[in-house]
Design a protein around this ligand. Structure first.
Ligand SMILES: Nc1nc2c(ncn2[C@@H]2O[C@H](COP(=O)(O)OP(=O)(O)OP(=O)(O)O)[C@@H](O)[C@H]2O)c(=O)[nH]1
Ligand SMILES: [Mg+2]
Length: 440
């Protein structure tokens, strides 16, 4: 296919930046960048070369050459590891484009790999899940699916489905040869279909649970205006991210900051103070804060001497009450806060932070990421269609309307094959591969 190029690494100042090129017969297009070298470099071996433009060396690069078909895409692939100055990479990229090698679309390398039989659709989606996993344990789980496609939920379901399908066809073709009575064979089929439906439901439920609103352990600071939420937010992040002022109603939008731990990130959110407000924009901020309460893993309710009796909103989200501005006055007896802190003097912040850290750590260690998981909403939609089609077969099968039952079972088969990418469809490619980043 026509040759394509894209940066594999982001264009920021860094020691090394990588450009990837894929296409048929690549070397003749590139050889003039490497004067004095008339043959392609040794395959799959890093070769140090001078990248030259019109005979003038512009950078020392490492070049990797993967001749077709033993490459990522199945075509010739060349990787240029250049010095990672973004201007340098953009210049090299523009020179390569001048040779008629166009910039790739996001996901186009993976799409070519798929077309050339180098990667299955399911593997491509596991790869995407792996690259975008928000934590290391989720990365490992996606890596298991990627490196061992047999563990994918579709593999298990498909094997069982094919067995059921084969049994159904052989029964339709040769009812007299089936061992056991007519009704016992029918019962086996019905129970096979019911098992398939319940396997699908289990995977769909697990998938829905795995989809969280925020991609990390999330903690929301909420409470009355001026209680010091933004001051605490800045202190915990050790960064002056949020505006702090003595005026109530300072924060309006939801602000996000991350604290990275080796086991995963803690996402800290600051929100608009709760009060009845006639200000349209502040009102929108308060509504957003209210909505967010049910989406986070932990609510930190911030009370302060301005509103000493301010008790947390009742919610199913686990909640801790913080008494802030402890430098001004101790908490009232009625409040019994979990932590008494001062954003001004930093009193109590170290123990609050270590408590948050241990909650985040147990959140990540409790997650069972080792179970096989669907990779995408596209797969979930196919599996749900599969399960619905199978359900439609149950009544006809039990009332001996075999033609109707067969039509639904065939519909289920198409749904499953579509989900597994066995039915070529342009629409699937669009949905899967455009999610990928550039250079993948
Ligand atoms: N004495 C004292 N003042 C504080 C403390 N924390 C915050 N303040 C002050 O309280 C005022 C409000 O602080 P913010 O952090 O803006 O409060 P907020 O809860 O984010 O307010 P809104 O965004 O309006 O809801 C500012 O003047 C802060 O300097 C504290 O621990 N002690
Ligand atoms: Mg604020």
């Amino acid at each position: 296919m026509d040759p394509i190029v894209a940066p594999v690494t982001v264009l920021i100042p860094q020691p090394v930046g990588i450009l990837r090129i894929s296409g048929d017969s690549l070397w003749p297009l590139l050889e003039s960048f490497f004067p004095g070298r008339d043959s392609p470099p040794q395959p799959r071996t890093a070769t140090l070369l001078s990248f030259s433009v019109e005979g003038r060396p512009v950078d020392q690069v490492l070049l990797l050459f993967f001749p077709s078909p033993h490459s990522l895409t199945g075509e010739d692939v060349v990787e240029i590891h250049a010095h990672g100055n973004p201007h340098n990479l953009r210049f090299i990229l523009s020179q390569i484009q001048k040779r008629g090698i166009r910039l790739a679309q996001p996901g186009e390398f993976s799409l070519r790999a798929y077309h050339n039989g180098k990667i299955s659709l399911l593997k491509a989606e596991s790869l995407h899940r792996m690259i975008s996993a928000p934590t290391y344990s989720q990365f490992l789980a996606a890596h298991t699916s990627f490196s061992n496609p047999g563990t994918h939920p579709f593999s298990e379901i498909r094997n069982f489905f094919l067995e059921t399908l084969a049994r159904f066809y052989s029964w339709l073709d040769h009812p007299e040869e089936e061992t056991g009575s007519f009704s016992s064979t029918k019962a086996t089929l019905l129970s096979g279909i019911n098992s398939l439906i319940s396997m699908s439901t289990t995977h769909l439920t697990r998938y829905r649970k795995s989809r969280r609103y925020f991609s990390a352990y999330s903690v929301l600071l909420a409470g009355a205006p001026n209680s010091g939420k933004s001051s605490l937010f800045n202190r915990l992040l050790q960064e002056n991210k949020a505006i702090v002022s003595p005026l109530p109603g300072t924060t309006r939008d939801l602000l996000e900051g991350r604290i990275s731990y080796p086991f995963g990130d803690l996402l800290l959110l600051d929100s608009a103070g709760f009060r009845s407000s006639n200000d349209l924009i502040e009102g929108m901020g308060i509504a957003k804060a209210r909505q967010t309460i049910s989406r986070v893993d932990l609510l930190l309710w911030v009370a302060s001497p301005e509103h000493p009796e301010d008790i947390p909103l009742s919610t199913r989200t686990p909640t801790l009450t913080l008494w802030n501005k402890a430098d001004l006055s101790p908490p009232p007896f009625s409040l019994e806060p979990d932590f008494s802190v001062s954003a001004r003097t930093r009193r109590g912040l170290a123990s609050l932070l270590s408590h948050l850290r241990s909650r985040a750590e147990s959140f990540y260690s409790d997650q069972s990421f080792s179970d096989p998981l669907l990779d995408s909403s596209r797969q979930a939609a196919s599996l749900s269609g599969f399960s619905k089609a199978l359900s439609k077969a149950l009544i006809p099968l039990s009332t001996d309307a075999f033609d109707l039952a067969l039509a639904s079972i065939e519909e289920a088969r198409l749904m499953l094959e579509d989900g597994m990418g066995m039915i070529p469809s342009e629409e699937i490619y669009d949905r899967v591969f455009t999610l990928f980043c550039l250079g993948k």
